[in-house]
Write a protein that binds this ligand. Structure first.
Ligand code: RAM
Length: 349
């Protein structure tokens, strides 16, 4: 709630002026409440990329909130490390348990297809969120923000941070992460399409920290041995925190930007290590996933383009076509966090 109050105060959106559009502008929920806490709708399972990641926990908080409002039983699952193999095991267990729905942040776009197909064949509703599965493995996907805006926006930020002069490195999550890979594709497109502008800001390396703090730390240290790298883009909250700590410890002049949690990144924004960064509201992603799942389970939507449903505090949401040929529900534009607003936002998520 506080997040929405802050938004209403008019904090700056990074890209475009449509920040409010996707964030809680709509009318109130008319969905039924379960007064006795029973699960009239059944169990809605949430499968995280991994359970070590604080970002995933925040997304789940929103999912749980939606389930409570709806009257469904939320269930939090996920592997210890961000691998598809363990997610397959979890999906198989959830199918055996006959849950009503599975909402998954995928560690691979294709590897989960047999398990998720089996789930859908058994009548279980399947959505991906955060990191998509391929279009045949889901009913729809919950998209945090336009991947093109994220990818291009991060390169533009890196460029500004080094005044158009200095190599760029990317510290990503896992090499199979659908969301990070899509953002990196758009980063590369931004560079390729504007060769003159970016002549002196080449992409030197893409490193993978696997959303593991230890590996993200050692990968950052390795990047710093290349003196041509002047700015690091970490399109992952885990990578951001690890890179921020390394740069701060070394009192490095290398700049950092990316997608970070304000609660974790405030010290690095405040001391200039990370001049600014972006993110959407992770709690809203989970909340929207819960309401999307419920609309699928209740048959209000099928996951096809054109469907619309009530997403509680987020108002009416629509199913639109996704770039991969499947469908998606878009949350909205990402927000920019900098020294101006970080003090307020670090308290929110
Ligand atoms: C990490 C995860 C997640 C991503 C965020 C920005 O926590 O990799 O998938 O959306 O960062």
């Amino acid at each position: 709630m506080k997040a929405r109050k802050l938004l209403a105060l008019g904090l700056t959106a990074i890209i475009g002026a449509t920040m409010m559009a996707g964030c809680g502008g709509g009318g109130g929920s008319t969905t039924s409440q379960s007064s006795d806490g029973s699960s009239a709708s059944g169990t809605y399972a949430f499968v995280a990329k991994d359970v070590q990641n604080p970002y995933m926990q925040k997304v789940y908080d929103g999912f749980e909130k939606a389930c409570k409002e709806i009257g469904a039983e939320p269930l939090y699952k996920g592997p210890e490390a961000a691998t598809p193999e363990k997610q397959i095991e979890i999906i198989n267990q959830l199918v055996a348990q006959n849950v009503a729905g599975i909402a998954i942040a995928a560690n691979d776009a294709d590897a989960l297809q047999p398990a998720l197909t089996e789930a859908m064949d058994a009548g279980i509703k399947v959505i991906s969120l955060d990191s998509a599965v391929n279009k045949d493995s889901r009913q729809t996907h919950i998209q945090q923000a336009d991947p093109e805006k994220i990818g291009r926006g991060l390169i533009q930020a890196a460029y500004e941070m080094v005044d158009g002069n200095g190599g760029i490195a990317v510290l990503s999550a896992t090499a199979q992460a659908t969301n990070q890979n899509l953002w990196i594709e758009w980063m590369k497109k931004e560079l390729e399409e504007n060769p003159e502008k970016y002549a002196n800001t080449p992409l030197i390396k893409v490193a993978y920290g696997d959303d593991d703090p230890t590996k993200s730390t050692s990968e950052t240290q390795a990047l710093l041995t290349d003196s041509s790298i002047k700015v690091i883009i970490a399109p992952t909250t885990v990578g951001m925190l690890a890179a921020g700590k390394v740069l701060q410890d070394k009192q490095s002049d290398v700049k950092l930007t990316g997608l970070g949690l304000p609660s974790e990144m405030a010290p690095f924004i405040e001391d200039g290590t990370c001049p600014w960064m972006y993110l959407w509201n992770p709690v809203d992603i989970g909340y929207l996933s819960g309401y999307t799942m419920d609309a699928l389970v209740k048959g209000t939507i099928t996951g096809d383009v054109g469907g619309s449903f009530n997403a509680g505090d987020l108002g009416e949401k629509k199913i639109t076509e996704a770039a991969d040929g499947g469908t998606e529900v878009m949350l909205g534009d990402p927000f920019k966090f900098d020294t101006e607003n970080i003090a307020e936002w670090k308290e929110v998520y």
